[in-house]
Design a protein around this ligand. Structure first.
Ligand code: CAA
Length: 284
C-alpha cells in the first residue's frame, strides 16, 4: 500500500468541509467533490472562514491558512478523484446515496486506493460489500466540528485487511486526532450513546416535561455538557439524528431506540436545525 499524498473527499458540507480543513492543514493535497460547483465553492469558502477564525485567535499563522486553503482543489467530476490515494465519503447519512456514490466512484478510482466512509451509523461491512475493494474499505468517523473535536472512530468491516487499518490509523494520527476503535455495530460507540440521549431530550420536550431552553440549561449546568442536547441536535442536523435513530432501531430491534415522533415531525417540516435556519431554535 503506497503512501497517502492526495485525499479525495466526497461531500463539501459540514463534515466533508471539516475533513478537508484538517487534511489540508496536515499537508495533504485535497480534492473536494460535491454534486455542484456551487456547493464545492461554498464548502471551500467555509473552510477558509473557519481557518480565518483560527488565525484571528492566534492559533494559526496567516501563511499556514493560505497554504492549506491552496491545497484544497475542487473535483467537479468523479473522474477528477482518479489520482487520490484515499477517498473519504462524507455525503448524506443515507445508505442508498452512499452506495450510488461508490458505484460511480470505484470504476474511476486507482485500484490501489483506499476507500473510507465517514458514516456515523451505517454498517461498514454491508457498504464495503457493495464496492470492488472490501479489503481496502474502512470507516473513519470524524466528530463535528472536525477541526475542534479530537476523536475519530475507526471501524473495520469484516473484510478490512490489516494494511488498510494501519494506513487509516497512520492517516488519522497525522491529523493529530485520537483514535477509538469500534466494532461494526449500529452507530458504533459515540452515536450509540449520544443519540439515545438526544432522542430522550426530544421526548422530554414532546411530553412537556421541560421547555427547549429549560432542557438545554438543565444539561449544560446540571451535567456540564458544552451544549444542551437540543442545541446539539440542531448542530448535528435533525435529519442526521433521525437517520441514526432509525439505524439503531432497525439494527438492534429494540423499542428503546424508537425515534421520537416530534423529531420525525420536525424533519418532515424541513426544520433540520442550524443548516436549515430552523430546528429547536430559530437561526434566521
Ligand atoms: N472550525 C474551526 N474552529 C472552530 C469551529 C470550526 N468549525 N467551530 C468552533 N471552532 C473554534 C472556535 O474558533 C473557538 O476557538 P478559540 O477558542 O480559539 O476562540 C473554539 O472552537 C470554541 O468555539 P466558540 O467560542 O465559537 O464556541 P464554544 O466555546 O461554545 O464551542 C463547540 C463550540 C466546540 C462546538 C462546543 O460547543 C462543543 O464542544 N459542543 C459539543 C460538540 C459535540 O458534542 N460534537 C459532537 C457531535 S456528535 C458527532 O459529531 C457525531 C455524529 O456523527 C453525529
Amino acid at each position: 500500500m503506497g503512501k497517502i499524498g492526495t485525499v479525495g473527499i466526497i461531500g463539501a458540507g459540514q463534515m466533508g468541509g471539516g475533513i478537508a480543513h484538517v487534511a489540508a492543514l496536515a499537508g495533504y493535497d485535497v480534492l473536494l467533490y460535491d454534486i455542484s460547483k456551487d456547493r464545492i465553492e461554498k464548502g471551500i469558502a467555509t473552510v477558509s472562514g473557519n481557518m480565518a477564525r483560527q488565525v484571528a485567535s492566534g492559533k494559526m499563522p496567516e501563511q499556514t491558512r493560505n497554504a492549506a486553503v491552496g491545497r484544497i482543489r475542487p473535483a467537479e467530476t468523479m473522474q477528477d478523484l482518479a489520482g487520490a490515494d484515499l477517498v473519504i465519503e462524507a455525503a448524506t447519512e443515507d445508505e442508498t446515496v452512499k452506495r450510488k456514490i461508490f458505484q460511480q466512484l470505484c470504476p474511476v478510482l486507482n485500484p490501489e486506493a483506499l476507500l473510507a466512509t465517514n458514516t456515523s451509523s451505517i454498517s461498514i461491512t454491508r457498504m464495503a460489500a457493495s464496492t470492488d475493494r472490501p479489503e481496502r474499505f474502512i470507516g473513519i468517523h470524524f466528530m463535528n466540528p472536525v477541526p475542534v473535536m479530537k476523536l475519530v472512530e475507526l471501524v473495520r468491516g469484516i473484510a478490512t485487511v490489516d494494511q488498510t487499518f494501519e494506513a487509516a490509523k497512520a492517516f488519522v494520527h497525522s491529523l493529530d486526532k485520537t483514535i477509538t476503535v469500534a466494532e461494526d455495530f449500529p452507530a458504533f460507540i459515540v452515536n450509540r450513546i449520544l443519540l439515545p440521549m438526544i432522542n430522550e431530550a426530544i421526548y422530554v420536550l414532546y411530553e412537556g416535561v421541560g421547555t427547549v431552553e429549560g432542557i438545554d440549561t438543565a444539561m449544560k449546568l446540571g451535567a456540564n455538557h458544552p451544549m444542551g442536547p437540543l442545541q446539539l441536535a440542531d448542530f448535528i442536523g435533525l435529519d442526521t439524528c433521525l437517520s441514526i435513530m432509525q439505524v439503531l432501531h432497525d439494527g438492534l430491534s429494540d423499542t428503546k431506540y424508537r425515534p421520537c415522533p416530534l423529531l420525525v415531525k420536525y424533519v418532515e417540516a424541513g426544520w433540520l436545525g442550524r443548516k436549515a435556519g430552523r430546528g429547536f431554535y430559530d437561526y434566521r
